[in-house]
Design a protein around this ligand. Structure first.
Ligand code: MG
Length: 373
């Protein structure tokens, strides 16, 4: 295959119930600035990043793709994984781009393109991405846990009802709720109420989205441990490696993090410092599937489980997690599910294996028109 042209798009897809909030963010839509990479023989690969659907910011990402990265790709050959890695490196190391950003806007643009390239070579091979990646051949069931019922703006009664329904009616074996209320005592009451409602067998996680300081996290830890919280996610400001290291050393509940880390080097630093228990790389924040695999490999070497952050809100992480031996559990947030030809599906608490060729990123007809900005 030879790359002929790159077309950009920005989709804004409504979230469940019209709006959601955690301790740091309140959004009404999930943003997908991305690219369709077309080949000379008429094939198309789809990829995108995940954002908070702020149009001026999303345009910076598609602007980088269209004006800086696409000219580097057009005319290049694409016949296998070695070509994806070569093209990843071409964009990542393009001197004017790496000078202004090895994270943020440029990296999200790289993520979208990398995903589109993997989509193309998996389609060309006639297999779903997880089969192409070949880190393991016959994956065990990939457990789904539900995040979409535990938002911070919901009342205690609402999160209790949502989590109970996720377990009893929808078959999930795990749930996660947001924490980071102004008053820690309120967070802890909500934790106790949800644990009571779902019973002792269900995996139960909490996520502070970077809101707490070290003192608050240390104060919360014994209570979280007593309520058998499986992990505490992003307890502290994302970049504060030393505070995470100190918390990990002192706390009983393992730390999960990674959704705001941009590069394999960030993960290398956190893993090396013993500052993370569950590693949460995200293909839409890292430079796509290529860099996600390098992070998952490194976590696996260090003996750490990978529980990806599902920033695609769809099928891509089902593919990468099925393929990788470090993965046994994955987050479920279905906001963009209905945009795709083969929607992400959970049955009896596990993700159904995708079977369509590609990365699972091909939109259904009409989606670009319906949600395009
Ligand atoms: Mg999170």
């Amino acid at each position: 295959m030879k790359i002929a042209r790159v077309e950009t798009f920005i989709l804004h897809v409504p979230v469940t119930g019209g709006n959601i909030a955690d301790s740091m963010h309140a959004i009404s839509h999930w943003g997908m600035p991305g690219a369709v990479v077309h080949t000379e023989d008429g094939r198309s690969g789809y990829g995108f990043a995940g954002t908070h659907a702020h149009l001026p910011t999303d345009r910076l990402i598609t602007g980088f793709i269209a004006e800086t990265a696409a000219p580097l790709l057009i005319g290049q050959s694409l016949d296998g994984t070695a070509d994806v890695e070569r093209l990843w490196s071409t964009v990542y190391h393009f001197p004017p781009a790496q000078w202004v950003g090895r994270s943020g806007i440029t990296h999200l643009g790289l993520a979208a393109l990398d995903i589109a390239l993997w989509d193309l070579i998996a389609k060309d091979a006639g297999v779903p991405l997880w089969r192409l990646l070949e880190r393991r051949t016959d994956p065990p069931p990939l457990e789904a846990y539900d995040t979409d019922g535990g938002w911070l703006h919901l009342s205690e009664a609402q999160i209790v009802a949502n989590c109970r329904r996720a377990v009893e009616e929808r078959g999930f074996h795990g749930v996660k709720i947001k924490v980071g209320k102004p008053d820690l005592a309120e967070d802890l009451r909500r934790v106790a109420a949800v644990r009571r409602a779902v019973g002792p067998e269900v995996k139960f996680m909490v996520d502070a989205n970077g809101k707490w300081d070290l003192g608050t996290a240390l104060a919360a830890d014994p209570f979280l441990a007593e309520h058998d919280v499986f992990w505490v996610e992003e307890p502290l400001w994302y970049d504060d490696l030393e505070a995470h290291r100190r918390l990990a050393e002192a706390a009983r509940v393992p730390i999960a993090l990674g959704e705001q880390l941009y590069s394999e080097y960030d993960f290398r630093n956190f893993i090396g410092a013993g500052a993370v228990g569950f590693v949460q790389p995200d293909v839409t924040r890292l430079g796509g599937i290529s860099e996600w695999l390098r992070v998952a490999d490194r976590a696996h070497e260090a003996g750490l489980p990978v529980a990806a952050h599902a920033g695609d809100m769809a099928q891509i992480h089902v593919q990468t997690c099925l393929a990788h031996p470090a993965c046994a559990i994955l987050e479920h947030i279905p906001w963009t599910r209905d945009c795709f030809e083969e929607p992400m599906t959970v049955r009896d608490g596990v993700f159904v294996r995708p079977e369509a060729p590609g990365a699972g990123t091909t939109f259904r007809p009409g989606i670009l028109e319906r949600y395009g900005r």
